[in-house]
Write a protein that binds this ligand. Structure first.
Ligand code: SF4
Length: 291
């Protein structure tokens, strides 16, 4: 069983409810998505199409079913009804969860948050597609004393971004292809809007942390980095996270029956990453590799 290609959708189009979210994963004990030990909630739906996306199951805003070939017994019942599968080969990607239930679920990890200075990070997909829920959810967590963060590409109207960002102690803000035409063509991303949003958050005093995925053939270049640095310098932001490409998402493409556009492309070498790091540090940035 395979998925059909996810439709291109925009943040503006998706109607969301403020008390129910559609998520596809909750990852506990994460160390790479904000400070301390984090619980990361992955929201479903993304308007972008990064060829290197490590979460292809996030792209469609719909709940869908996949079949794990390794578990399939190739028996007759599933031809009639996936619910009759005796081996549990069918798996739903995505579920709807209420605000109260999600708060209860993540607060199970409160002891780790308090011991490590960690908290909850919203990721995706693009969480701004479910902005009304995200803002309410984060506000509830803050009332409970939990540190809050989100990962975003920042490509939404400010009226959608700001209520969520205002509830975040940290906004992990991706800066990818820095050429507007290529960003639109390759990622379906409105770069001028992204940059204007970043500037606005930084000027508002919100803690915004720029992150560059270092992707061979797309963003892994001195030229792209230089554009990022030139953009950041007037904003007063002096930290920068570099996220080297990895192929951990490849098996998910197989599961979904999709082509992996990055097939055979190796991760950047330590020298390549080191050279970019050095350039950013020489420009006065405090650089973290891995985020
Ligand atoms: S913005 Fe993130 S979730 Fe969306 S396609 Fe790009 S990498 Fe994947």
């Amino acid at each position: 069983m395979t998925l059909s290609a996810a439709p291109r959708i925009s943040c503006e189009v998706l109607e969301t409810r403020a008390d129910v979210a559609r998520i596809f994963n909750i990852q506990r004990y994460s160390l790479n998505d904000g400070r301390g030990i984090r619980t990361v909630v992955f929201f479903k739906g993304c308007p972008h199409r990064c060829p290197w996306c490590a979460n292809p199951e996030s792209l469609s805003p719909h709940i869908h079913t996949v079949r794990r070939e390794s578990k399939c017994l190739h028996c007759a019942p599933c031809l009639r009804d996936a619910n009759e599968c005796p081996s549990g080969a069918f798996e739903n990607i995505g579920r709807d969860v209420t605000l109260d239930a999600l708060v209860q679920e993540v607060m199970k990890d409160d002891v780790f948050f308090r011991a490590s200075g960690g908290g909850v990070t919203l990721s995706g997909g693009e969480v701004l597609m479910q902005a009304p829920f995200a803002a309410r959810f984060l506000a509830r967590l803050r009332q409970l004393g939990v540190h809050t963060a989100m990962e975003t590409a920042g490509d939404a109207p400010l009226s959608r971004l700001l209520p969520v960002a205002n509830q975040c102690d940290e906004v992990l803000f991706d800066l990818k292809i820095m050429d507007a035409r290529q960003a639109k063509l390759v990622l379906n991303l409105n770069l001028p809007r992204v940059l204007a949003n970043f500037r606005h958050l930084a000027a508002s005093g919100i803690c915004v942390i720029p992150r560059i995925p270092l992707i061979p053939g797309y963003t892994l270049s001195q030229e792209n980095l230089q554009r990022v640095l030139a953009f950041l310098q007037p904003t007063g932001v002096t930290v920068l996270h570099l996220l080297p490409f990895h192929a951990y998402g490849e098996p998910k493409y197989r599961l979904l029956g999709r082509d992996w556009a990055m097939k055979g492309i190796p991760a950047p070498s330590a020298d390549e990453v080191g050279a970019l790091r050095q350039r950013a540090e020489q420009a006065g940035f405090q650089v973290t590799v891995g985020g």
